[in-house]
Design a binder for this molecule. Structure first.
Ligand code: 13P
Ligand code: SF4
Length: 334
């Protein structure tokens, strides 16, 4: 039985699945009360819903959240993000309780790659080191030499010797972009983010024609044709800083639209236009995994301290090494 199965099994055993939210309670007050009583910290990614972002103790992108998880002295980390992020917090904090409002909050990138698959690829490329995007599970991290996020990938790859052979997993779009900006020729795993892959160059071009003063800003998980026409490419936190600091007044934003919440707060008055996707009938620029977390599930998760992230200790120790390497190599990145 995997540790994930064990965590799922704990839910009915502890009565979690039968729990209802008492009628008439104020979720915000209850969450605030439990946060104090339990010495808990709520960490949230920018792709969470606005209400969750607003109640978080700390809001950030993947790198900022990993750093916040490393530093905290709370007894319980309530991770409002997806599974690999909560798992990273647990790898860094084995003695703390780490909970995630919805255990099914996964990630298409993390799902595309397994530790076993990566081991097979390593056999085909002797001498190559493995640099993995943080969007992967603990089994993949355990097989990796260095972890990177979209904020520090370029910096970390540039710090490696030029002749070093590198396997980059699991995001082929980020990998291709990093190859381009660093002049490397990394071997790429064939994974992708379903949200960032859905942006449509044709429809974005139409948006650019309709908003000639707008700058297109894009996350490097997007595909090459979109990145080629972008005025700026950056991680979620860097896109936010760009909107706040750039002189332009209008931006077409090609990343998960949860970030617009913080952009609107930090850059009031600027016009923010979510980039269009290939499907005009769905909210494709919303990550449905991220949006599985809700205020109701956050309340239940804090009350019952479930679902909890559980880890095999041997894997945890192996996965910690490349995460620590990332934290050490990216000290210069704000
Ligand atoms: P960053 O938080 O590094 O921008 O990554 C975006 C993302 O897709 C997280 O799942
Ligand atoms: Fe994964 Fe993409 Fe969702 Fe981020 S936005 S969690 S990379 S599926």
């Amino acid at each position: 039985m995997t540790t994930f199965d064990k965590a799922v099994e704990l839910l009915p055993a502890k009565g979690y699945l039968n729990m209802e939210i008492p009628k008439g309670i104020n979720l915000i007050e209850e969450i605030n009360r439990m946060r104090k009583e339990k010495n808990a910290i709520i960490l949230a990614h920018y792709y969470q819903t606005g209400d969750i972002q607003d109640i978080a103790d700390f809001l950030g992108d993947s790198l900022q959240l990993a750093r916040a998880a490393e530093k905290t002295d709370a007894d319980m980390i309530v991770f409002c993000g997806v599974h690999f992020m909560a798992e990273t917090a647990k790898i860094l904090n084995p003695t703390k309780k780490v909970v995630l409002p919805d255990l099914l909050a996964g990630c298409s990138l993390a799902d595309s790659c397994s530790g076993e698959g990566l081991r097979e690829l390593k056999k085909k490329h002797p001498g190559a080191i493995v640099v993995s995007y943080i969007n992967c599970d603990s089994g993949v991290k355990a097989e990796s030499d260095i972890i990177v996020t979209s904020s520090n990938a370029e910096h970390i790859i540039n710090s490696l010797p030029e002749e070093q052979k590198i396997i980059f997993a699991p995001d082929k779009n980020l990998g291709r972009y990093i190859n381009q900006v660093t002049g490397r020729n990394m071997i790429l795993w064939d994974g992708a983010c379903i949200v960032h892959e859905a942006f449509s160059l044709e429809r974005i071009a139409e948006q650019m024609l309709n908003h000639p003063k707008a700058k297109l800003i894009a996350h490097p998980e997007a595909q090459k044709p979109v990145l080629q026409v972008a005025h700026y490419i950056g991680s979620t936190a860097n896109l936010l800083n760009y909107v706040v600091n750039d002189a332009a007044e209008e931006f077409i934003v090609a990343t998960e639209e949860g970030i617009l919440h913080e952009m609107r707060k930090r850059a009031p008055g600027k016009k923010l236009i979510p980039a269009l996707t290939i499907d005009d009938k769905c909210n494709c620029s919303e990550c449905h995994f991220m949006k599985l977390n809700t205020m109701e599930k956050l309340y239940l998760c804090m009350k019952y301290e479930l679902p909890e992230i559980l880890m095999d200790e041997e894997i945890r120790i192996k996965a910690l090494r490349p995460i620590n390497k990332m934290l050490e190599l990216s000290k210069a990145i704000k």
